[in-house]
Design a protein around this ligand. Sequence first.
Ligand code: ADP
Ligand code: MG
Length: 685
Amino acid sequence: MGPQKADILAKEFDIHTYGDLLHYFPFRVVDRSHVSTIDNFNSEEPYLVFRGRISDLHTITSGHSTRLEASFTDGTGTMTLVWFQGIKWIKESLRPGTVYNVMGKPSLYGSTLQLVHPDLEASSLYDEGPVHAFLPIYRTTEKAKNRGLGTKTIARITSTLLQHIPKELPETLPAQFVQKYHLLDRSTTLRKIHYPNTMEEWQQAILRVKFEELFYHQLDYQYSRIARKQHSVGRVFGSIGSHFNTFYNEHLPFPLTNAQKRVIKEIRSDMRSGRQMNRLLQGDVGSGKTLVALLTILIALDNQCQACLMAPTEILATQHFTNFQKYLANQNIQVELLVGSLKASQKKKIKQRLAIGEIDILIGTHALIEPDVQFQQLGYVVIDEQHRFGVEQRAKLWGKSTIPPHILVMTATPIPRTLAMTLYADLDCSIIDELPPGRQPVVTTHGTDANRSQLFHFMQKEIAKGRQVYVVYPLINESESLDLKDLMDGYESLSRSFPQPQYQLSIVHGQMPAEAKAYEMDRFKRGETHIMVSTTVIEVGVDVPNATVMVIENAERFGLSQLHQLRGRVGRGGGKSYCILMTKNDLSHTSKQRIQTMCNTSDGFAIAEADLRLRGPGDLQGLQQSGMLDLKMADLVDDEPLVCATRDEVNNLLKTDPDLQRPENHILLQYIQNHSHLPHWDKIS
Ligand code: ADP
Ligand code: MG
């Protein structure tokens, strides 16, 4: 291959070596031995092969656009081939009269059959090399295509490559797994994934690639978890002292649920172990994670350490701060709040006091990660609403202490099982699977504009009972002025239907200064306003028990987990609560299913599973930003059995050979040493 093509491969596909090229897999293979006919083809198929001749090439200009058309006939009928791009090159290279394989999906345009931008190959193309029954189709880019690197060319290059590499390539999986799961060996896999002889062979090759991908992902995470446990040093919180006991015996606001007790025990035993704790606490919205955080923080304090609690928004951090102050009012414990909106002088003061150990508990946002935030003796870190913090951010907090602090990561967004296994395989997991007593499920209904006066009437009735109402608007992107306009319009229309002085309305959105937000939140919390109109800022963790109605506008634009979170804001005070999902009239099938799911179930885990199924993992809230989901072939929905199998295999493997010292596991150790992308325990501690 010439340097120019090599350059395009590098730039467009990140292919730099033969190895890279070998691992650039086709996303589809086409059975070329199966040729369709124009008069009788299966229009359901995504991709078909026709064989025939091209005639009558001509360009057509209409308005600003030019297209190239050709007539193609296979003896049973005729269709029109159309190109909008690369016209000059195609026109010069096509040879009328030659037999071509024409591939793609034809569609009817008026009464003529058209195929736009078909894949083409002269039937004689593969004469030099072996003839493959199946043709691989590779993803390519417009730029690469224009430089002659379409899928056809890539196919020719991989075909050549496969002829020149050794028959036997080194194996990358221990033989026991290849045998147990009837996987193809690696050499066969890499050949068959490009050029299978049957569709079954291709599927088998894909299975092996997926298995390997998931297996190594698990190995990476689980190995690092075990290595950390074995080799890391952790502070030993040996005793429970007066901070914990005083609070537990004298100030606990309500008896703990059994699930809360169990989870605290799990955390306590980690803290005693002499190893650093890295634990994920999953619990549905409203399950009482804050209290678990508080109680375990008190254990850290009892062992002469400081603790910090990190939340994703200022509102939430402030709320935690207020709650902690309230709970700890009668104890001699210094709690402080560090958020971005504080004055520089205030921040400085806090940092100084923190460094000399005058502050026991520091609550805050991302501001806590800043390098100049230095603790005297940081022993315990709690991260609330984990999905917004990635692995690396966690690691930054570890660095704040010579002995790594214990870490508790709390997430309110229930994570589907397969996803949790994949994303958090490096954490131990605790689950609060029980809500505090007396909770009633939130009655959830679906409404459209036609029901609006009914809705307002209902809101008035609830407010008359002394209740409060949230009205939430989506804000996908805080700078999207359209979303803000929606919110403002909604606010105005509400102001008309709920006039002062009888009704008081609050409004909170992302573009307001932090103090203004806090002021409005406070008014609502104190019951001074009846309706809180807001964007998703209240989404995470805000707690106003007197609020019983949650109206969500444009609900179809929210993710299911987000809707579930929002709904979790009501139904907290024991009063019967309602969630009304307002949408436009004509919903897509998927949107309808999602709204139905919300109306039918209040189980956060079921909802998370449904979300994963309906939208795919890439869309799950927070995951995109986190960039944690880097699977190329495997699919967390379709391949759930494989996810479970690989997790269990790796688990067993590391139980019997935690350091991967057995000869048959050497290839795995090598992989870990060369490829691990996780922050490694020895680099951190
Ligand atoms: P989340 O898990 O969503 O963070 P919170 O910690 O905010 O939930 O708790 C939700 C509500 O439940 C709060 O009002 C809290 O005071 C209350 N709560 C927590 N634990 C209990 C309990 N054991 N019994 C009764 N209410 C509780
Ligand atoms: Mg919470």
